[in-house]
Design a protein around this ligand. Structure first.
Ligand SMILES: NC(=O)c1ccc[n+]([C@@H]2O[C@H](COP(=O)([O-])OP(=O)(O)OC[C@H]3O[C@@H](n4cnc5c(N)ncnc54)[C@H](OP(=O)(O)O)[C@@H]3O)[C@@H](O)[C@H]2O)c1
Length: 342
């Protein structure tokens, strides 16, 4: 395993993060405690140091298991968890990004994780109600109190993240060092704004769903079981075509489909630190095999082509010949270091 800096911080994290949404069977799928430990152990053995969990995962079992597994060497681990999602039914203030829920949720997570600090706290998703200043100031307080070391944000529009980090910078508060969103051969829409923003603001990107929740392994082409529901868009005609291409290329390269799906994301955008999920330790061992090879250019081209999306306005408009002609005084071809990719 190699290591990367977490965005514009000095924190060193492994090039793959371990997802633990599958730790615990409380949601009707996932791994029991014994199997969860085997997954964790395989990841630790490979040199991974970066763990992703959340207050809500498997009704708290994920955080409890993770806390137990890392206890003997707590300071080695870069432990990340999230807040936002509800911890109690029928109570408005036990959910959301406001200060009251933020503080309560973090204290509950610390108890479940049996630790005194969280290395990286994620806003799980944007609640569309709490003011940006309230969120950033609350997070800054948590860092000042030593309960949290770094902050990140997940599942949020690019304009909100840009606004949040700009406000934090100008006020001398801690800014987000990392961002999470779904990104895979089946979900490339972050290429429109989220990825360019992450590069511009030097945010580490830890994408989830890089294997399409299992769909990109081709298991649904063979009618095998898994947790992706029958009516999911991950099982439609277009995703089947993408999954079939992944399977074909895996066969061609003597690799497995999960390895191809993960490496596509890593090679497509060099800022990616995928969060790898597994419901069995054998799956994780398989996925870790992605570390030992790269997808050659020709196969990358085929994968890019089959999963291509429209970037939409204004991106397509700004790349059009007419606009390039007007904005570069008719000399676009002469400018060699331009940033607009065709
Ligand atoms: N921020 C967020 O909103 C958010 C959302 C979702 C997830 N996450 C994080 O990201 C992690 C991964 O997300 P994800 O589980 O949705 O996506 P994923 O990594 O695309 O899918 C993981 C699932 O694919 C299957 N799988 C994994 N490796 C395999 C292999 N080698 N061969 C065959 N099947 C394999 C397993 O499901 P089956 O055995 O059922 O097929 C596994 O649970 C989570 O654990 C969590 O930490 C964050």
């Amino acid at each position: 395993m190699n290591y990367q800096l977490l965005g514009r911080s000095g924190l060193r994290v492994s090039e793959l993060c371990l997802g633990t949404m599958t730790f615990g069977t409380d949601w009707g799928w996932g791994a029991d405690k014994h199997e969860s430990f085997k997954i964790f152990d395989a990841y630790a053995d490979a040199g991974g140091n970066f763990i992703d969990t959340a207050n809500r995962y498997t009704e708290g079992s994920s955080e409890k298991y993770v806390g137990e597994f890392i206890e003997s060497d707590r300071d080695h681990w870069v432990l990340s968890t999230k807040f936002t999602l509800k911890d109690r039914n029928d109570d408005l203030n036990f959910a959301g990004n406001h200060r009251k829920n933020m503080m309560r949720s973090v204290l509950s997570s610390l108890k479940r994780l049996n630790t005194e600090y969280i290395d990286l706290l994620w806003v799980h998703l944007w609640d569309n109600t709490t003011p940006v200043e309230e969120v950033m100031r609350g997070l800054d307080d948590l860092v000042s109190r030593g309960l949290v070391h770094y902050i990140g944000i997940s599942d949020t529009p690019a304009w909100v993240v840009s606004q949040a980090n700009t406000i934090a910078d100008f006020r001398g508060w801690n800014a987000f060092a990392a961002i999470q969103f779904e990104y895979s051969l089946l979900q490339r829409t972050p290429e429109r704004d989220l990825i360019p923003m992450a590069k511009a603001l030097d945010l580490a990107v830890t994408p989830w769903g890089t294997i399409g929740g299992g769909a990109l392994t081709g298991k649904y082409l063979r009618d095998e079981t898994g947790r992706v529901p029958k009516d999911s868009t991950r099982r439609n005609k277009n995703s089947s075509k993408v999954a079939q291409t992944v399977v074909d290329i895996a066969n061609e390269l003597d690799a497995t489909p999960a390895q191809i799906a993960i490496n596509w994301a890593r090679q497509r955008e060099e800022v990616m630190i995928p969060i790898i999920g597994a419901s069995k330790s054998t799956q994780l061992t398989d996925s870790l095999g992605c570390l030992s090879f790269e997808i050659p250019a020709e196969q990358m081209r085929k994968l890019n082509e089959v999963s291509q999306i429209e970037l939409g306005f204004p991106h397509e408009f700004l790349k059009s010949d007419g606009v390039k002609e007007e904005t570069f005084g008719g000399m676009y071809e002469k400018l060699h270091n331009h940033r607009i990719k065709s």
